[in-house]
Design a protein around this ligand. Sequence first.
Ligand code: DQA
Length: 179
Amino acid sequence: MRTFDRGRLLAEDMVRVLILHGPNLNLLGTREESIYGTMTLDAIDASLVQLGEELGIEVDIRQSNVEGELVTWIQEARSGYQGIIINPAAYTHTSIAIRDALAAVNLPTVEVHLSNIHQREEFRRQSYVSGVAMAQISGFGPTGYLLALRGLREHLSARGSKPARSRTRSTGRTAKRNR
Ligand code: DQA
């Protein structure tokens, strides 16, 4: 696992969103390209950091192949985060633990899938996460993550969360990733 931090010089009232990628998404770019496309996870993350800067949101992006690690990160989001975007990948269809963690932290959560899970095998149609998510975006490829961030921003604005005062300061990002 590699960890890198591009700086977190952020005001206390900054909107922070935790973005989680589940198992095998570290292989994007070479993994089943006809289904998931050729964009790497690094490129997706870079586009999220850029959009976060435009919207005044600090994005904290992590990827893990380990269910318990994802559960722990969701639990930690209770302090200092206003929303979660998660592509639980295969855990979507199996993980009551991830669902329970999301229910416990009770933050607005958007579930993202690159592929349209409703058009694929029967076992992919069930999501344990969608029952505790405010929205599910499925089938837009990498654009789905950007739509999720925009949607969450609108939702948080309507609820009164403040964007960053200075767009140029919203450069924080922590990414953890399997290589
Ligand atoms: C996925 C869909 C899941 O069914 C699959 O296990 C993944 C990726 C998607 O983004 O389309 O790994 O979540």
